[in-house]
Write a protein that binds this ligand. Sequence first.
Ligand code: AMP
Ligand code: ZN
Length: 683
Amino acid sequence: MSYLCGKYVFMETSIQEQIQLLRQRLEQANRAYYVDNAPTMSDYEFDLLLKQLEELERAHPEYRSATSPTAHVGSDLGRNKAFARVKHLVPMYSLRNSYNEADVMQWYGTLPARTEVVSELKFDGLSVELVYEKGVLTHALTRGDGAEGDDVISNIRTIPTVPQVLTGDVPEQMLVRGEVLMPWDVFNHLNEEREEAGLLLFANPRNAASGTLKMQDSQEVKRRGLICQLYQLYVLDGNENDQRFGMTHSERISHLREWGFPVSDYSRLCHSAQEVFEYLSLWNDKRHSLPFATDGVVLKVNDLNAQEQLGFTAKYPLWAIAYKFTAEQQSTTLRDIVYQVGRTGVVTPVAILDPVQLSGTNVMRATLNNEDFIRQLGIHIGDQVWVEKGGEIIPKIIGKVDDETTNQSESTAYVFPRYCPECGTALVRNGDEAAWRCPNESGCPPQIQGRIIHFVSRKAMNIEGLGDETIALLWKEGLVHSPADLYDLKKSDLSRLERLGDKSAHNIISQIERSKQVPWERVLFAIGIRMVGETTAKKIARVFRSIDSLQWATCEQLQAVDDVGEQIAQNIIAFFGEMKNLEELTRLKAAGLRMESDEERTMLSDILQGQSIVISGVFRHHSRDEYKALIEAHGGKNSGSISKKTSFLLTGDNMGPEKRKKAETLGIKMMTEEEFRKLIQED
Ligand code: AMP
Ligand code: ZN
């Protein structure tokens, strides 16, 4: 089977075999998309295949099957039952997809005259169903296979805008459906972190959201900052009550809004096909300015009775249709693969392409992620590949165009280089990491220069005048090997260099001097501990107010900081475990950099002297970080987990059930926010 001009071409294959092949491909693709969160084909390609299968099944009803991908929704239920499976009270359907206005027009034509249609954005995340009983959130289910889903309520609770308890006049029992999303900035930040850690990158925010929602560790889910948009309400109270909450889709959405649910501000009630098409063309462009990903528009019949009359197929409602924006993808030739070495030594394969226009820019390079990704796609130099530029910063290769034109060398498996392209050191790949790394931290030029570039960058030490090229020059001249060397530079060192005049030499020196005033939290970011980004550094610096206290912190103490999980804690400990880092820090300190917080810590009392305190839950009077600071200001110590040594637990709302159980078993005292405030005489 090969893919040509938007259709799969079969040669000498029976209809039955064609159907079989298409079903197989679609099932594989469904699994990759919904369960593994690593799609193997574009949505567009998937829908083409599906359409082809539908046509074959229609022409040959003898081969129809209830298990065909045309008859059921793609399932997100994995093999391991990590979450409780709960039946949907109302089955969750998919939506019929269309890619052109003709299809939309055709659907519109099937509706009775003067039917009102609500046009909404199609959010590109994963669907979730919130179940409320008497106004209390009791389940949060994924679509699953449409009939039952995974209950991911503990993860949904980390989304602050999802109401847990509703007050006022609400249905006895109701279902609120919507989409869980990862905003672009969160997504880009997460991928940067993952790149630094040598982890596999998420292909798009949808996969990232879906991978995140299926994680076991709710703390990590919370850190990742998912958001939610709700777009449907079912009232299950029986007829009479049903009417009370409106009999149109738009009224129901207004109720959701009143009750405090995050609902879309971008929907529009349309009264004609013209209005619908205006909406489509408006959002085709405007969607790029939204903070989250959308992949189309959903059109829904507004009147609920009319919806009921139109009904469903096995897979889709007939009262709605999705219009998908054509993704910005182009095919082009893969000319070469080059290898880039980052500041942490990760070697990233980069595709060199015949230039193509994508969303207004000329694309010549695109990321290929890592060795496994290239293997999975089965691409070779010379192949036609699809390249896509979403809202992500870097364009990416998403697949191979066509089996027919494939390079003849297909049989030879792709091999990743074994040696660093920059310094020749043998590369290493740790068991569960996707990335190859150059271990020659102290001798590999892009790693050394990368660390210095990071150190002087705007959000770190903000040393202006030291561009990448100047840093490369300083390194080549043997003047700067590490950030600390910057502080030994003299004006004469610089002014004798080609390209640097007296004036810029003077400027650079005074910029370097000025950087000694940069606060501790940014110094902490600048020294480049793996996965300690700008925000994490800030949070750490608020709790560990000097480099000395950070250096001696235990894994447990580190994890008491919001945002710091086990991985980051271990990175910090490993960083301080290395002699060359300690030497570097000593030199930076001697140069006069700020290695402690300037606000003098005012000790308020010693009432908590010798006590080890664990905080859990959400508080009213102060943030968690403020309570942590208060504990220290009263002489106490913060700890991340409960042990026999814990003096007491400071408990807020929604405290984790695990923590509560542990505290109870160990007989640890629990103190409410009010009791604590009395204790420190704040109240
Ligand atoms: P598909 O993933 O192609 O089967 O499209 C159906 C999915 O679109 C639903 O399961 C929802 O998760 C999602 N969707 C996104 N935005 C909306 C919306 N405004 N209304 C209904 N479904 C939506
Ligand atoms: Zn190297």
